[in-house]
Design a protein around this ligand. Sequence first.
Ligand SMILES: Nc1nc2c(ncn2[C@@H]2O[C@H](COP(=O)(O)OP(=O)(O)OP(=O)(O)O)[C@@H](O)[C@H]2O)c(=O)[nH]1
Ligand SMILES: [Mg+2]
Length: 341
Amino acid sequence: MLNPKCQGCGAFLQTDDSQKRGYTTNLEHKYCRDCFQLKHYGIVHKHYDADIELNIKEHALILMISNVLHMDRLFTFPVHRMYEHAKFVYIVNQIDLLPKDTNTETLVENIKQKAVDLHIPFEDIILMSSKNKYDLEHLKTYIESYEEKDVYLLGIQNSGKTTIFKSLTHNDTALNFNKAGLTLDVLKGTFSNKTIYDMPGLFQSGYLHTFLPYEVYNRMIPNKTIRPKVYQMREKSSVLINNIVGVSILGNEGTFVCYTSDLVSIEKTNVKRINERIKDKTNPFHAFVNEFEERTFKIDGSKKMQLTIADMGFIHISDKMTLKVIYPKTMHISLMEALFK
Ligand SMILES: Nc1nc2c(ncn2[C@@H]2O[C@H](COP(=O)(O)OP(=O)(O)OP(=O)(O)O)[C@@H](O)[C@H]2O)c(=O)[nH]1
Ligand SMILES: [Mg+2]
């Protein structure tokens, strides 16, 4: 017979190996040791990579959940090719992180257009916040309108799947924290006449948790409404973001609108100083990152562009310029057309 599952992360409980997922001293415990320590003391000892098998029933409703920090990777997981008979709804969660005056209608339209351009099949694109009870009520009514009996919550780590799952199924034991890769195995629950499956987050490389410890990165990911900060940039001026990313203008001049958490520091400096600042041994991040990469991006000024800086935030740029970005090796950086104005 299989051991019971940890009610926090879904891993099977085990008493054999304290270095492996699901470890507990007693199989009758509700939580594995790691979930217990995260829940009660906010401590994370170890990061486990979720080796998930996506065991999805054929005629399922798949809710692909991402959050506003992952918008550049909305359609990168080719789930529609793996489950031909499923229906797909794309949910962009954590919309409360964007400023209140964000034009959400344009955002939805742009996302739809992107899906169409990429030939991604979808029933709907939904923007929501799982911190907003009206959004959750709408989602419930929406899910009930489908005949499908099996509903899967799938998507990148930290997008809010478990938060939505808990609300749908009235589950009060599963854990939802901003620790990426928290759900380790599927959690199952019932909503209306349907089974809801909260799946482990899909691993995507380059996010902060892949090179920083939990107690450092959890303060760098926005968790409340972002107040964008505007910087007028001249040729060869730079912004140093939280001492680990430098964005410099090599040619022309223009404006940066930075969307990051208030807890992330942004300092104006210049391209000459940026390397020494980032690589300085007194930099508090030196213990975690000491290899950096550089990329150059040319922006022609015809459209507003978004420079995404992993899950730390992004910069909107409308002016013609050449950018040089220096960032920790392996960190995810991308440039795309901005999805909202
Ligand atoms: N601001 C905001 N935070 C949210 C929202 N939904 C979830 N969160 C927070 O985001 C973090 C991650 O939420 P989870 O529900 O654990 O995310 P997940 O997708 O299940 O993560 P994994 O299990 O690691 O794949 C938690 O700190 C949540 O409180 C939202 O709509 N707005
Ligand atoms: Mg989860």
